[in-house]
Design a protein around this ligand. Structure first.
Ligand SMILES: [Zn+2]
Length: 189
């Protein structure tokens, strides 16, 4: 028999799903592994952070890798309640993004500048074309997202990514007279 596929990493220690290398998985302590689906559910409780070394190489700090299997299982049970508590804290918006830094780009002839709000999704999810509101010093502006991209050492990269709870990323949008700075929130209702 030729071309037999083997699943080298076995199965998710939490939900039993087969671990496929192209979907991503994490190693926990004591040799257990969890799948991308379970990671996605508890990511909101354990935000991923990225830094860059002097050469511009990305360094990931993933608190999920430090969890025991018992802790990850307990978090999986509490993830929905945790998100509900966050929603209550942030005025029940459906999704919240925290701006940590901002880069801008000229928008072309007669077009407004393009803003890349770099930070992380606190909870919920953001998709391209989403209508959102930028909350800046007590004022709210309507914005339509034109892209969600990964972060890079220089700000926003060109690589699209999923804007889900706990994930560092950049939200791209443009508009006239928009002010956006660190500490602002971008929300969806
Ligand atoms: Zn799983």
């Amino acid at each position: 028999m030729a071309n037999v596929k083997t699943i080298e990493q076995g199965f998710c220690s939490l939900c039993g799903r087969a671990l496929l290398p192209n979907e991503g998985y994490l190693n926990l302590s004591a040799g257990s592994h969890i799948c991308s689906h379970c990671i996605g559910k508890i990511r909101v409780m354990h935000p991923l952070t990225l830094t860059w070394d002097k050469k511009g190489n990305e360094v990931r700090h993933d608190p999920i890798e430090a969890l025991s299997l018992e802790e990850a299982g307990r978090d999986l049970e509490h993830a929905i309640a945790f998100t509900e508590e966050l929603r209550a804290k942030y005025d029940h918006h459906n999704a919240v993004f925290m701006v940590e830094s901002v880069t801008t780009e000229k928008g072309g002839f007669l077009k407004p500048q393009v803003i890349y709000a770099c930070g992380r999704v606190v909870y919920g999810y953001f998709d391209p074309q989403d209508k959102a509101r930028l909350l800046h010093k007590g004022s709210a502006s309507d914005v339509t997202l034109s892209g969600i991209t990964e972060l890079a050492f220089y700000g926003a990269s060109k690589y699209p990514c999923q804007g889900t709870g706990g994930i560092p990323c950049a939200l791209e949008f443009s508009g006239k007279n928009l002010n956006c700075e660190a500490g602002d929130l971008i929300v969806k209702d």
